[in-house]
Design a protein around this ligand. Sequence first.
Ligand code: ADP
Ligand code: TRP
Length: 321
Amino acid sequence: MRILTGLQPSGKLHIGNYFGAMHPAIKLQDQGEAFYFLADYHAMTSMSDAETLRQNTQDLALDFLACGLDPEKATIFRQSDIPEVCELAWILSTVCPMGLLERAHSYKDKIAKGLDANHALFAYPTLMAADILLYDSEVVPVGKDQKQHLEMTRDLAGKINDRFGEETLVIPEAQIQENTAIVPGLDGQKMSKSYNNTLPLCGAQKALRKQVMRITTDSTPVEDPKPTEDSNIISLYKLFATDAEMQQMIADHNAGGFGYGDFKQRLFDAYWEYFAPFRAKREELEKNLDYVDQVITAGSQKARAEATKVLDRVRSAVGLR
Ligand code: ADP
Ligand code: TRP
């Protein structure tokens, strides 16, 4: 089974990205032939500083490896190392109705958030479809927010196959992480870099503790019982705590006599401990950037060999050769 997914190097990885995308993808590396990529062409739709893009791409590679991606099992590569993807995106765009792109939620959301309505942002789904179809991917693990992009990918592959032959492209299946709850941010909205409410995976202890202390709570007095429904602290604590710790937390909320500062401290301790192995691995990798480069170069070579095979097949099906 060929598994493929990508993450954009568009900012510092936060725990929403980790639980919603990174962790589920890495777990799948044992179940098939996994291809994971750093979507740097895509990141250009939301950022314009060259040095930041370079740095973010390296950071994301470090994050993948520190989170447990094993280069012996999974292939990790940089999207732009395989420029063939742009050619396939072009071919797909020839069968892509304008209406399909106009209906894309993610485009509409990004415009609403104030991004420039440029062509790359509009055509994003054709590049994403090319990312997937270029590797004959069968299973694509993604968060719920990417569901429509996967439907578009299947739609475009179907159109190519109808027009040029059923054997031209493999139709992929989305694997949507339905049960991964949306991780809330410090303010209770969905955690997202665009809302400035994130908790990153690593950073200086003091600064991270300060961020946890910023979590929005109500003004119940210390001695009173605290609500457990819709509690931001509890939703986040659940991600890191053992069952016993969780029960204790609920009991202490119900009992009263504990302030929110105390609960936040417990949350901070659990979160800090949970990512301790990640921090250690990442620090080690930071001292070994040559190794990281070698992994990406080898991954990109392997990915490119696959991509060339598929593109040759498509080129001859559509009459370019
Ligand atoms: P952001 O919202 O910070 O810009 P992205 O859109 O780059 O994050 O997200 C990359 C992936 O991480 C998404 O496809 C989604 O699966 C996952 N993700 C992002 N935020 C969350 C969240 N708060 N909870 C769960 N998963 C999330
Ligand atoms: N659009 C995805 C996101 O924003 C990233 C992505 C680009 C992707 N190409 C992909 C994910 C191909 C899966 C498969 O999170």
